[in-house]
Design a protein around this ligand. Structure first.
Ligand code: PMP
Length: 390
């Protein structure tokens, strides 16, 4: 029996660059003491207070079908949070609650791309971006950034790909590069959207993890609210990765059609998860800062470990929970280095190539283990890189 192209072509053929990750997972399953610095999962779990709210809601009976667009109170608190943080008027009708940011990314592209449409995204990129775009039958088109430009997309690179495109997906703070887009970059992005009549899909799931500069939501730029779909998530901000809860903030007509999509796909997010999210957001920014604090610390520790040598180099991450390390001085590519590091030091990192050609010759390190173990692993990584470069 033949499966639909829509599903068989999601991954686009070829390696997805995750071989090292799966190999490390297999080694762990076989009992090897691997230090995992691979995926973006906090080393703390969801807080007991949030779990308490979840428990109370479930025990209180919110276990039936929940409101498909999201509960009124959750949509409202998300709208208020966005209005406060960005200064843009936002109502509950601009918000759809989704099963995490990933479901939001899929829904957003489904809303704006027809099959065959060109959908731009920035390279390096979060690993699911091209396949998410392909799963809506649009055509993913990368826009390259470079380490020399601190991985900020330039007006020229954007303009070169924008003709005949329908959408542009951006991510600031960025996974994997740690770049936080400057005002100038955001203005260039807004300009290319205006000039080419593009929808902008702005993935802001790391907006609480800013180490340098300030988070700027492009929806706040003149004229952009009408063409921007913001993707938000509780995964990173509140260590709720497994709860699968996030949102899309978009113009009302977009939200209306996305409610139809949700009705025919997820049929909404579990009510007790929504209530836990409502409780969590009601705790205000102090909780978010506490969840982000370990990554801020480890980002500074990273720069201390890397000081005084130039075999492993990093642009200081401006945000998010990763550092992208340039290991080109070893003469190896990211994949070869990550494989060799796993074998020699039992440290698992992601090859840059998993995040696109623009990240070749780099590795991504997730700062997701406790400070002392993190520093020790990074020191071993640097020493190992030196031996490769000899
Ligand atoms: N966007 C980016 C840039 C991410 O790194 C991730 C998860 N690592 C997501 C979206 C999806 O996150 P979630 O579905 O857990 O909200």
């Amino acid at each position: 029996m033949k499966l639909a192209n829509r599903i068989t072509e999601i991954n686009g053929g070829g390696s997805d660059g995750w071989d090292v990750f799966y190999r490390a997972r297999q080694m762990i399953a076989d009992g090897a003491p691997i230090t995992e610095l691979t995926i973006g999962e906090h080393d703390i779990g969801t807080s007991l207070e949030i779990l308490g709210a979840m428990h109370d809601s479930a025990r209180g009976g919110h276990t039936g079908y929940a409101s498909v667009p999201g509960t009124d109170s959750l949509r409202q608190i998300v709208a208020d949070r966005i209005a406060t943080r960005t200064g843009v008027e936002t109502t509950a009708r601009n918000i759809l609650i989704t099963a995490g940011g990933q479901a939001g990314l899929f829904a957003a592209h489904t809303a704006v791309c027809n099959p065959g449409d060109r959908a731009l995204f920035i390279d390096p990129y979060y690993a699911t971006y091209p396949s998410t775009i392909r799963s809506t039958q649009a055509v993913p088109v990368p826009v390259r950034t470079t380490p020399d430009a601190a991985f900020q997309p330039t007006a020229d690179a954007l303009a070169a790909k924008a003709q005949d495109a329908v959408s542009l997906l951006i991510n600031s703070p960025n996974n994997p590069t740690g770049a936080v887009y400057s005002q100038k970059t955001m203005q260039a992005i807004a300009q290319v959207c205006h000039d080419n009549d593009l929808w902008l899909i702005s993935d802001e799931v790391y907006d609480t993890q800013i180490w340098e500069g300030a988070h700027l939501s492009p929806r706040a730029l003149p004229g952009m609210a009408a063409r921007t779909l913001v993707i938000g998530s509780m995964s990173k901000s509140h260590a709720m990765t497994g709860s699968r809860i996030g949102w899309i903030c978009a113009p009302e007509p977009v939200i209306e059609v996305l409610i139809d999509l949700a009705t025919n796909t997820t049929y909404g997010v579990a009510g007790y998860i929504q209530d836990a999210a409502l409780f969590a957001l009601g705790q205000g920014p102090a909780v978010e800062e506490a969840v982000a604090a370990p990554f801020r610390r480890r980002r500074d520790l990273t720069m201390e470990v890397l000081a005084g040598q130039n075999i492993v180099r990093a642009l200081p991450a401006q945000g998010a929970m990763y550092v992208l390390l340039d290991i080109r001085a070893t003469g190896m590519d990211g994949e070869a280095f990550a494989n060799a590091l796993l074998d020699a030091e039992q440290i698992a990192v992601m090859p840059g190539e998993s995040f696109g050609q623009a990240a070749a010759g780099h590795i991504r390190v997730a700062m997701t283990i406790d400070d002392a173990a993190y520093v020790a692993a990074l020191q071993r990584l640097v020493e190992f890189a030196k031996t490769c470069a000899d």
